[in-house]
Design a protein around this ligand. Structure first.
Ligand SMILES: NC(=O)c1ccc[n+]([C@@H]2O[C@H](COP(=O)([O-])OP(=O)(O)OC[C@H]3O[C@@H](n4cnc5c(N)ncnc54)[C@H](O)[C@@H]3O)[C@@H](O)[C@H]2O)c1
Length: 256
């Protein structure tokens, strides 16, 4: 029988969100806290994580643990894992949300450093965190991992070549990890289209203008990812694993 309030009752759950201090990750942290979860807000700058954690504790009343973590560095991924399990003794949901897509002038201007940085943050870090958290969740007999990719994975552009490749790799990780830790750990992926976060500040006027031509006529607001994250995190998706869900206002459909 479908559990009552499956989508919105996360009481007692521990949810670790990388890149949780702003943008899409912040909206997920706030919404999951309102649903009763205790959240771990992991991002590069501790002060930003702490500010959001204090806000959550004061206004919502659930526990929020701020942790500084550069997900591109494996030693820091290992540290995040230990901190979460030392503090809470478990993790029910890992959300690999941290990501970045630096601009470059031309493909020949893409340096080895830039390429490595993009792969490290968007792919290498999620691999390490999925291995650590996924294995422990498997041992504990329950867990959900949610990756956040991009439509750049499915609709590669010359302006985001390393990023699109890294996010396509994240789709592959979603499927391989969904098999590695089955049947106890479900692994799914949210594939966002254009969202109006800090990332969109760097977009050209032409890009902003083009959003009007999407089927839904605008870019997404970061809280419009929350429903999908709740679905994958909760028992509502108990028979869903290895799935990629596109949330893009119809943008892929409109250009392909
Ligand atoms: N905004 C969009 O249009 C869009 C589109 C497609 C995919 N995405 C993806 O959605 C996710 C969230 O994006 P957003 O728009 O909220 O971005 P954002 O820039 O607003 O937030 C990104 C978060 O990730 C953190 N972060 C960046 N590098 C990190 C690192 N090395 N270690 C730990 N944390 C790090 C930042 O501190 C920040 O908290 C990313 O994976 C991004 O690639 C966003």
């Amino acid at each position: 029988m479908y559990p009552e309030n499956a989508l919105t009752d996360l009481s007692g759950k521990v949810v670790t969100i990388t890149g949780g201090s702003r943008g899409i990750g912040k909206e997920i942290a706030l919404a999951f806290s309102r649903c009763g979860a205790n959240v771990v807000i992991a991002s590069r700058k501790k002060e930003n994580c702490t500010a959001l954690a204090e806000h959550i504790t004061e206004t919502i009343g659930t526990e929020a643990l701020p942790v500084a973590c550069h997900v591109g560095q494996w030693d820091q991924c290992d540290e995040l894992f230990s901190t979460v399990y030392d503090h809470f003794g478990k993790c029910d949901v890992l959300i690999n949300n941290a990501g970045m897509s630096p601009l470059y002038k031309s493909l020949t201007d893409v340096s080895q450093d830039l390429f490595d940085k993009v792969i490290n943050v968007n792919l290498r870090g999620p691999f390490r965190l999925s291995a650590l958290f996924g294995q422990q969740m498997f041992n504990d007999g329950n867990g959900s991992i949610i990756n956040v990719s991009s439509i750049a994975a499915a609709q590669p552009s010359p302006h985001e070549v390393p990023y699109g490749a890294a996010k396509a790799g994240l789709h592959s990780l979603t499927k391989s990890f969904s098999r590695a830790y089955a049947p106890y750990v479900r692994v799914n992926c949210i594939m966002p289209g254009p969202f109006l976060t800090d990332i969109s500040d760097a977009w050209s006027d032409a890009t902003h203008e083009s959003l009007k031509h999407l089927p839904l006529g605008r870019g997404g607001h970061p809280d419009e990812v929350v429903g999908a994250a709740l679905y994958f995190a909760s028992e509502a998706s108990s028979f869903t694993t290895g799935a990629v869900l596109k949330i893009d206002g119809g943008s892929i459909a409109s250009t392909s």
